[in-house]
Design a protein around this ligand. Structure first.
Ligand code: SF4
Length: 407
């Protein structure tokens, strides 16, 4: 029996989709993540914005185009948030976001794979990157965010269990991305800390990259541990959302603009060229033109390597959903300004890395030129026969840097 797992949303969703794929293979299903013909489709949905929810619903139609008789299983945050919106004849089951691992039993109960011999798992071949979820849920209740209502309170996986998983994955993957809904809260429910976890995995020789992180959780103790890893990727996706203190307060974020700047300085005291990227919500209901300009000035000064720009999306059930929305043209005008700034920041960061050796994991090849991400999350292009190489960038090329292999 063939199953397609269609993944939307965050790295935690990606991890859960990968884990489900492994389990289904163990139970004899042929599994793919490509949108193609299948007997069953499992859609791992997202509800972080209205657009993400719309894409989750649209995914049902896109899957059924390949097999109108197939069974569809809806899974995850959008299924938890608005199950009623997914009720369609072909949808065999709608499962939420709180205890996602149990969906395997439902799929199995609904279907019995024609063979119980484990199926060759396309996921066991050597891959570039694997995600490891170390924490789920969140306790922060930022005013605009629906996630704590969907995924529940923060809960951490056991350090030894994570250690074993990373050790086994490091046999098949060149890079491990540590991810969670709020990594900063890791260990709080177990009397441990994220720094404890990092210290525990320090002898595993595999590239370690962090998923999104929060400024309030970045400490010298943690940075000491991170920079002692064998292969740490100095790339911090440090969620900012706004550069204005009044907006940050209204969002119920846990830092001020000044505290965030201190964290950037702290990171750069360990690695002056570390990649710092961020998320920005533009057009938050209480954001005035002056507050928006404060954010623009903040972003310019912070010299981010890249910024992800999201127009505010009201999520019913959150504290912010009660606030009056800004006019659409105001929001889109501000988003356009930020997207122009994004291009400049990307170009400046690429220029700043010309002549600085990059450790690259090649993932693609086209016309004899390989490309992949460096430890600073820069797309690097070069001629090479290897899967990994140290490359000296010479010039900006497409969305990254073109260079020559030096080792
Ligand atoms: S920290 Fe805030 S934005 Fe992030 S998941 Fe928690 S509530 Fe949502």
């Amino acid at each position: 029996m063939k199953a397609v797992i269609f993944n939307l949303g965050c790295k935690v969703n990606q991890y859960e989709s990968d884990a489900l794929a492994q389990e289904l293979c163990q139970r004899g299903y042929e599994v793919s993540s490509e949108l193609e013909y299948a007997d069953i489709y499992v859609i791992n949905t997202c509800a972080v914005t209205a657009e993400a929810e719309r894409k989750s619903r649209q995914a049902i139609t896109r899957c059924l185009k390949h097999n109108p008789k197939a069974k569809v299983f809806v899974w995850g945050c959008a299924g938890e948030y608005h199950p009623e919106k997914f009720q369609k004849p072909q949808v065999a089951y709608i499962w939420g976001a709180k205890d996602k691992s149990r969906i395997i039993n439902i799929i199995d109960k609904e279907n019995n794979p024609l063979s119980d011999k484990p199926h060759e798992n396309s996921h066991s071949s050597f891959r570039t990157r694997a995600y490891v979820k170390v924490q789920d849920g969140c306790d922060n209740f930022c005013s605009y965010c629906i996630i704590p209502y969907l995924r529940g309170r923060s809960r951490s996986r056991d350090i030894e269990e994570i250690y074993r998983e990373i050790q086994s994955l490091s046999q098949h993957n060149a890079e491990i991305v540590l991810t969670g809904i709020n990594l900063t809260l890791y260990g709080k429910d177990k009397g441990a800390s994220f720094a404890d976890l990092i210290r525990r995995i320090k002898d595993i020789d595999v590239r370690i990259r962090l998923g999104s992180f929060h400024a309030e959780g970045l400490t010298e103790e943690l940075l000491d541990a991170l920079f002692q890893l064998k292969q740490f990727c100095p790339h911090f996706h440090l969620s900012l959302q706004s550069g204005d203190n009044d907006v940050l307060r209204s969002m119920n974020r846990r830092y001020t603009a000044e505290e965030y700047v201190d964290k950037i300085k702290l990171i750069r005291s360990y690695d002056a060229n570390a990649a710092i990227t961020t998320d920005l919500i533009i057009g938050y209901p209480t954001e005035t033109q002056k507050m928006f300009e404060n954010t623009v000035e903040f972003v310019k000064k912070a010299k981010f390597a890249d910024i992800h720009v999201f127009p505010y999306s009201a999520r019913e059930g959150t504290a912010a959903a009660k606030l009056k929305l800004l006019p659409k043209d105001i929001v889109s005008g501000r988003v356009a300004v930020m997207l122009e700034l994004k291009k400049d920041l990307q170009k400046n960061y690429l220029n700043a890395n010309i002549g600085i050796t990059q450790k690259v994991l090649f993932e693609e090849e086209s016309k004899g030129i390989k490309s992949g991400y460096s430890e600073r999350y820069i797309r690097v292009y070069a001629k090479s026969d290897a899967q990994t190489a140290e490359v000296l960038p010479k010039e900006i090329y497409k969305d990254g840097l073109m260079g020559e292999v030096i080792i």
